[in-house]
Design a protein around this ligand. Structure first.
Ligand SMILES: Nc1ncnc2c1ncn2[C@@H]1O[C@H](COP(=O)(O)OP(=O)(O)OP(=O)(O)O)[C@@H](O)[C@H]1O
Ligand SMILES: [Mg+2]
Length: 268
C-alpha cells in the first residue's frame, strides 16, 4: 500500500501539489489526469523522491519514504521504476544493454562500475533481460542500437528495463504522449500485463481520457495541485470532465495533444 498524506510542493508562489492525500492499494493501476500544470509530474517525482515535499509525507507499506536517506533512498528508487514520455534510453547502446541498465541498482560500488564499463552482468541477468524482451516481441532487436527502434518499441524496451529493476511500483509520466495510436495501445497493454501478472502497482499520467478509462482500475483527476476527482473509470463521464475542467473532453484532449506535439514531431 502506497499512502500519500497531505503532500504539498511549492515552487515560489506556485503550489504545484497542494495537500494531496491518496491511498493506493498494492496492485492498483491508477491513472492520473489533468490539464497542463495540474501537478501530475510533480506528484510522481515526489513519490520517487526526485522532488522533495514542502509538507506532507509518503509511506510505502508503513515505511516513511519521505525520510529515507543514503542507501535506503537508493533502494527505494530501485523499488519504483520511472517511465518517461521520451523513453530515456541510451540511443547509441544496444537494446540488450539498455535493458540490463535496469540491474544497476542491484550492483554495488565497483560492481556497478564494471557493469557499466565492461558489460559485466551475470548470465542470470542476461537471461532475465532476454526473457523480458521476448515477452514484448522485441528479442530480435536485442543487438540493435536503441536509437534505430521506433518510439513504441523504445518505450517497450524502457518497460523491460524497468522490469529488470524488479520494482514494487512503476511511475509512468505520459508514457504514450509521443506515440501513434497503435504503439500507444501496445505500450498500455505492456503496462497492464506487468500490473496484472507481477502485481506491480502502476501510477500513470495520461491525457487521453478513453485510454485512462480502458486501462486503469481507478482514475484521479488533478487541477491546480489538488485532487478534484477520485473514482472508478466509469464514473468519469464526459459531463463530469466538463464540470471539473470547464471544457469538453475533446477540448481537453486537443490541448494535451498540442502540448505533446513538439516532442512527437522531434521523435518522427
Ligand atoms: N522545478 C520547477 N520549478 C518551478 N516550477 C515548477 C517546477 N516543476 C514544476 N513547476 C510548476 O509546478 C506546476 C505543476 O507542474 P507539473 O509539471 O507537475 O504539471 P503537469 O500536470 O505534469 O503538467 P503537464 O501536463 O504540462 O506535464 C506548474 O505550474 C509548473 O510550472
Ligand atoms: Mg507533466
Amino acid at each position: 500500500m502506497l499512502e500519500i498524506q497531505g503532500l504539498t510542493r511549492r515552487f515560489g508562489a506556485v503550489v504545484a501539489v497542494d495537500a494531496v492525500s491518496l491511498a493506493v492499494p498494492a496492485g492498483q493501476m491508477l491513472g492520473i489526469i489533468g490539464r497542463s500544470g495540474a501537478g501530475k509530474s510533480t506528484l510522481l517525482r515526489l513519490v520517487n523522491r526526485l522532488a522533495e515535499p514542502s509538507a506532507g509525507r509518503v509511506l510505502f507499506e508503513g515505511r516513511e519514504i519521505t525520510r529515507l536517506r543514503g542507501r535506503a533512498l537508493r533502494e527505494w528508487r530501485r523499488d519504483c521504476a520511472m517511465i518517461f514520455q521520451q523513453f530515456n534510453l541510451v540511443q547509441r547502446l544496444d537494446v540488450l544493454t539498455n535493458v540490463l541498465l535496469g540491474r544497476l541498482g542491484h550492483h554495488r560500488g565497483i560492481g556497478a562500475a564494471l557493469a557499466v564499463l565492461f558489460g559485466h552482468f551475470t548470465a542470470a541477468e542476461r537471461a532475465m533481460a532476454l526473457a523480458a524482451l521476448d515477452r514484448f516481441g522485441l528479442v530480435e532487436t536485442a543487438l540493435q542500437r536503441a536509437g534505430t527502434l521506433s518510439g513504441g518499441q523504445q518505450q517497450r524496451v524502457a518497460i523491460c528495463r524497468a522490469l529488470l529493476q524488479q520494482p514494487r511500483l512503476i511511475l509512468a509520466d505520459e508514457p504514450i504522449a509521443s506515440l501513434d495510436p497503435r504503439n500507444a495501445q501496445l505500450v498500455m497493454e505492456a503496462l497492464r500485463q506487468v500490473n496484472r501478472q507481477e502485481g506491480i502497482t502502476v501510477l500513470v499520467n495520461l491525457h487521453h481520457l478513453d485510454t485512462a478509462r480502458e486501462y486503469c482500475t481507478r482514475i484521479v483527476a488533478m487541477q491546480a495541485g489538488r485532487v478534484v476527482f477520485d473514482g472508478l473509470p466509469a464514473e468519469l463521464t464526459a459531463e463530469r470532465v466538463r464540470r471539473i475542467y470547464g471544457i469538453t473532453e475533446e477540448e481537453f484532449e486537443a490541448e494535451a495533444r498540442a502540448r505533446a506535439a513538439p516532442c512527437a514531431a522531434a521523435m518522427a
